[in-house]
Design a protein around this ligand. Structure first.
Ligand SMILES: C[S@@+](CC[C@H](N)C(=O)[O-])C[C@H]1O[C@@H](n2cnc3c(N)ncnc32)[C@H](O)[C@@H]1O
Length: 416
């Protein structure tokens, strides 16, 4: 089913310039491994109707949620990461442009006057690890002022602008998505960076406001639910969802808990990093009871990986994903479809055939295959290289690398 499948060029979106992938609110925040909005938009357009409920159990930065609202669907999404929850909430909240402009003017005035309000700096040694003292002090003042914005949607909006500038204001190696220090870096000046970022986002909010149907804008609480929760416990009644559009995490590719740690540090989400990491599916730190994987391919992959740590990580991952598919089946209506966007990877030279495993697991649960689309990934959004031993993504500067997934699958499964 998979090997002989030709890539469908109409799903590559090869003529889509990077700028087009950042239209409306998609440009608010740089979220590693987000899928391009054009892909989510097309699936939603072709596989659902107005006012249907569209879900994303791994919403990340909220791409599916935003696209569903633009097309007049209801949307529900969760992510285990509070940073993703904040970003998704802000990106999917159309704010009346005049209200936002007024709040921005008031915040700018307060920041420029700087009345000596106490800085808001969480007590965490990791802040000193990443931020030189001047940046730390100015970010603390900025956060104190943003925290005083009373209107919740505007406050979220400014918090995301704040989160987006943190990397530039720190000594995090600018070209790396992974936490790497660059002791020669000159960090950006926080106030100027924040005002620039917020101004660009103001424009994007206006575009979003004009793109979302008025009935959705006026009743956003009815149309949109986003929560910080586990993909295995969706805040949705049984049989309520018409369509799922999602891209799950991969096994030991990214430590998502670490990737967003700058924002998590400043917003004090990160009290206990080791415990926090364990909640992420695909994390090397996740632990769980062993269960049957309900996929011959998964069992074979785990056997080929041997008895060590990598085999355990793969086994945990497939077992966790099986539970996610059980939950997807619970929330879908009969005939509802789940679109899983996933590529194959490699761990210790063993091919990790995620798409094939997922199809087998979902068949076991009573889904039928509606269609399988193979697409080339022309975009630079996804990393293209992987360390051959650990299976982790590497920076392109690393010469000892192998190609990761330059193609991926959209597995469309139907509940019957
Ligand atoms: C590939 S990303 C999704 C990106 C998203 N499609 C976007 O466009 O931004 C996978 C997401 O799964 C989330 N995740 C990992 N474990 C989870 C869990 N147990 N429950 C819910 N989300 C989880 C990660 O935090 C990450 O945001």
């Amino acid at each position: 089913m998979f090997r002989d499948l030709a890539a469908d060029p109409s799903w590559a979106f090869a003529d889509c310039a990077p700028k087009q992938t950042r239209y409306i609110t998609h440009g608010y925040y740089t979220y590693p491994a987000k899928f391009i909005p054009q892909l989510a938009a097309r699936l939603i357009r072709e596989l659902s109707s107005a006012d249907d409920l569209v879900a994303d159990p791994f919403m990340g930065s909220g791409t599916t949620i935003v696209e569903a609202l633009v097309q007049g669907r209801r949307a529900v999404g969760v992510d285990i990461n509070p940073v993703a929850h904040l970003v998704s909430r802000a990106k999917s909240t159309p704010i009346e442009p005049a209200v936002l402009a007024r709040e921005f003017a008031a915040l700018t005035r307060a920041l420029e006057a700087n009345d000596g309000a106490p800085a808001r700096i969480p007590a965490n040694a990791r802040i000193d690890y990443w931020f030189p003292p001047p940046q730390k002090a100015r970010l603390g003042v900025l956060l104190a002022h943003i925290s005083q914005v009373e209107e919740a949607a505007c406050r979220d909006f400014f918090l995301v602008a704040f989160a987006q500038i943190l990397k530039a204001c720190s000594i995090w190696l600018q070209r790396s998505v992974k936490p790497t220090r660059d002791l020669r870096k000159t960090p950006a000046e926080p106030l100027a960076a924040f005002l620039r970022q917020a101004r660009a986002m103001l424009q994007q909010n206006s575009e979003f406001w004009n793109s979302v149907p008025a009935r959705v804008r006026e009743n956003i609480a009815h149309y949109r639910t986003v929560e910080c929760a586990d993909a295995r416990a969706l805040p949705v009644e049984e049989g309520a969802v018409s369509l799922i559009v999602t891209s799950p995490p991969y096994v030991t590719s990214y430590e998502y808990a670490d990737l967003h740690q700058l924002a998590a540090l400043w917003f004090a989400y990160l009290d206990a990093l080791p415990e926090f990491r364990k909640r992420f599916i695909g994390s090397a730190h996740a632990t769980r009871a062993a269960t049957a994987l309900q996929s011959e391919t998964a069992e074979r992959i785990c056997a080929e990986l041997g008895t060590g740590k990598k085999a355990r990580e793969a086994r945990n991952y497939f077992a966790d994903m099986l539970e996610c598919f059980v939950e997807m089946r619970r929330v879908l209506k009969d005939g509802g479809k789940a679109c899983i966007v996933i590529g194959n990877t490699a761990l210790r030279g063993v091919e990790i055939l995620n798409a094939e495993v997922f199809v087998e697991q979902m068949h076991h649960l009573g889904f039928r295959t509606h269609s399988i689309i193979k697409r080339a990934i022309p975009s630079k959004i996804l990393p293209q290289t992987r360390d051959p031993v650990s299976g982790r993504f590497t920076s392109t500067a690393n010469s000892n690398r192998v190609l990761a997934y330059p193609v991926e699958y959209i597995v469309v499964m139907e509940k019957q």
